[in-house]
Design a protein around this ligand. Structure first.
Ligand SMILES: [Zn+2]
Length: 354
């Protein structure tokens, strides 16, 4: 657990300084009160011997600490600091720029915080993120008709062989052969019920899942393979669009999603998912009914499996299928979330009636 965290002395100093660049990097448990806080909490700072540090909200909570009422860590798990958002936007918009520590400092951002954040949140180095963004842009330029040489030099590669090697490392293919590759933009968003992973391509979103879902890795692999795509951590207009829509949905103010999406699955699975899309907001049906609706009443088990294989959670409303007895039964994103989603929809309907 500790290898995910900065050194204890560094964290304690950050706590004393209320250093916001450590937001989301650690949570601090106070042994004398049994409460845990964010680094920037306004409450009086505890003594060094009375604290212990955790890399996540969950671990602090699992260790018996209660969230602090002043800094409310439950609202800030996985928070993305504004300076990271600014930096990522800059990088996406100025992809040929060389991002030295000096350049980052010029933006008023601390390069060490940047590296720490990438390691913690994406388990990747900042440098490798930058490299992938550059390779992605070089390939996009080549797709538009630029020569390999032009594309490589425009992205700051000093030699063609360096560019080719980097591309092989990234996509497993030479730049020319990589031209047919699709990039799957992957990003993490902060949703009301916990962080979610979104994947998108230029025709829509391909995946929307809670980060702690056990199937997430399997789903990612399936989507990457099924669409011959290379994942790259990056912003995408559809990711921003679905993030905005989700925020409204969680407030009970949106009942129909407009962000385009693409299903990756067998004909049978797609058939089931299309039926799910027909269940109106705020309503539920049982698995037996779902099987009947696809014209295969005896296929309840297969239908339930396909339901569980849905990789575009909430938008394709698999949470609207429950047991015949009214019991919620399973949910890939955990049953407490299923209950919460259905509650949101019920109160959303009531709100709109008023
Ligand atoms: Zn606090």
């Amino acid at each position: 657990m500790n290898n995910q965290l900065p050194r204890t002395s560094v964290m304690y100093q950050a706590l004393l300084n209320k250093d916001s660049s450590f937001e989301g990097i650690f949570y601090v448990g106070v042994k004398t009160t049994g409460v845990f806080c964010r680094p920037t909490c306004r409450a009086r700072k505890p003594k060094f011997e009375n604290v212990e540090f955790f890399p996540s909200f969950k671990l602090a909570s699992d260790n018996g600490y209660r969230p602090c009422k002043i800094c409310k860590p439950e609202n800030h798990d996985e928070i993305t600091p504004p300076w990271i958002k600014i930096l990522i936007t800059e990088i996406e918009n100025n992809n040929s720029k060389k991002w030295s520590d000096e350049e980052i400092k010029l933006m008023g951002i601390d390069p060490t915080s940047v590296r720490r954040w990438f390691k913690k949140k994406y388990n990747m180095t900042f440098l490798s993120y930058i490299r992938k963004v550059r390779l992605k842009y070089a390939l996009n330029e080549m797709k538009k008709g630029e020569s390999m040489t032009q594309a490589a030099f425009a992205q700051g590669y000093e030699s063609l062989s360096g560019f080719i090697d980097a591309m092989k490392n990234f996509t497993g293919k030479t730049p020319t052969k990589s031209k047919n590759i699709n990039f799957l933009s992957v990003d993490k968003i902060n949703a009301l019920l916990g962080p979610m992973i979104v994947c998108a391509m230029d025709d829509g979103i391909y995946l929307l899942e809670f980060e702690d879902r056990r199937m997430l890795k399997t789903q990612m692999k399936r989507i990457i393979k099924g669409n011959k795509a290379v994942p790259v951590l990056s912003k995408h207009k559809f990711i921003s669009q679905i993030e905005n829509e989700l925020n409204l949905y969680f407030e009970g103010k949106l009942s129909e999603f407009k962000t385009p999406f693409k299903m990756t699955g067998t004909e049978f699975q797609k058939n089931v998912w299309n039926q799910l899309l027909k269940i109106p907001y705020g309503q539920t049906i049982c698995y037996e009914e779902l099987a009947e609706r696809i014209g295969n009443p005896s296929a309840q088990r297969a239908v339930a499996n396909a339901n569980g294989f849905n990789s575009i959670g909430i938008v394709i409303p698999c949470h609207r299928v429950i047991g015949k007895d009214g019991n919620l039964r399973g949910y890939g994103g955990k049953v407490w979330r299923k209950k919460k989603l259905l509650d949101i929809e019920t109160s959303g309907i009531n709100k709109n009636k008023i």
